[in-house]
Design a protein around this ligand. Sequence first.
Ligand code: AMP
Ligand code: GLY
Length: 425
Amino acid sequence: MNLAVIGSGGREHAICFKLKQSKGIKKIFCIPGNAGTSILVENISEDIGNFEGIYKIIKEKKIDMVIVGPEQPLVDGIVDYLSERKIKVIGPDKFASQLEGSKAFMKNLCKENNIPTANYGIFNEFNAALDFIQKNGTPIVVKADGLAAGKGVTVCQTIEKAKNKTKEILDGKFKSSKKVVLEEFLEGEELSYFAIVDHKSYLYFGSAQDHKRVGEGDTGPNTGGMGAYSPTNMLTKELEEKIKKKIIEPTLMAMKKLGHPYKGFLYAGLMIKKGEPYLIEYNIRMGDPECQVLMMRLESDLLDIMESTVKNNLNNKKIKWSNDSCMTVVLCSKGYPGNYIKNSEIENLDKINLNKNFQIFHAGTYKNNSKIFSNGGRVLNITSLAKNLKKAREESLSNLNKIKWKDGFFRKDIGWRVIDKNENN
Ligand code: AMP
Ligand code: GLY
């Protein structure tokens, strides 16, 4: 069969890498892909917002199944569009995609179904929002309702900042929505929990820890993710049971009742406070860079999992994971997450040996005359699988030193909260 992966980041490169190990695939296409995917599979250039264009490619190339990487086309209804045309596609429909596409939708769903989450208010109007801010006090979390490319959330330590951020959102800073969601600040440790879901059941699809802040020691502005590792030792059996019973299962049940049963990857961003999970956000897709570490640890056949999802057959499956630890360190372009340098050549990548325990997943790269150039903020994911996290990090950092790129930077401390606490991690 022929498969297409939609997207151009490290997540999509990692998915292509894993699919390449599956026996039953004739050809894989990545739409539009990057320099890394072009080595593994066939890239096809197309705007991922142009569903008609994508459908044409699917027909022309005789593609049997589509895996959608990023949230924007899902929120815009690509699954509805392709399903209506009888194309098999992995991802939730437009309605269910509101779990990520609208924080107001997600928070109301939690309230109606007793799913633990931070207390909140949703506002269209400044005075009512101000009232909430003053009553709640600080710290308070100000969120744009709609998609905001990771830039819509601010943890505010002062009333002044909360007022300014609220005003910006109400004034239309983000095109996706003018509503503002104000939330109680939850103290605790964050955990990313993944599931693969079909219309009848779901399976755990790994846990990981991302590092959102740009600077070492988790300082500076938020980014899309500077590095991740998996598994996380926070996820005990007891905690996992609570996550399933209190968060995942009531959500899936609610979506069924609303007439839009969920299908695809589901990523729960959780805060763990005194052993109890609280839902911070849902993402309707795999995380990036979490996907990169999970694809390295996945031992089961990804094509088989995807086919079982389409056939609502996941309840007959078991997913096998490597016991080893995996870490990815993201190499970024200087200036990120602000304005960053583009079109800068990255040298020596061809001097690094890739193998089943070490991969470089590309994100913002392109190839020109067999040279690799940057064109994004997050550029490469240096990913190592090893006996423990410390070894995985050493491997990633030592390979990073071989890459010649004057315009790049990365965090040397991914995993610091666990590695530095426990040398055996
Ligand atoms: P979100 O896009 O909703 O995941 O928010 C981005 C980041 O903001 C999260 O990963 C948390 O670090 C932080 N955050 C969001 N909501 C809260 C909250 N209610 N309490 C504490 N931190 C939060
Ligand atoms: N790594 C965070 C995300 O994918 O949203």
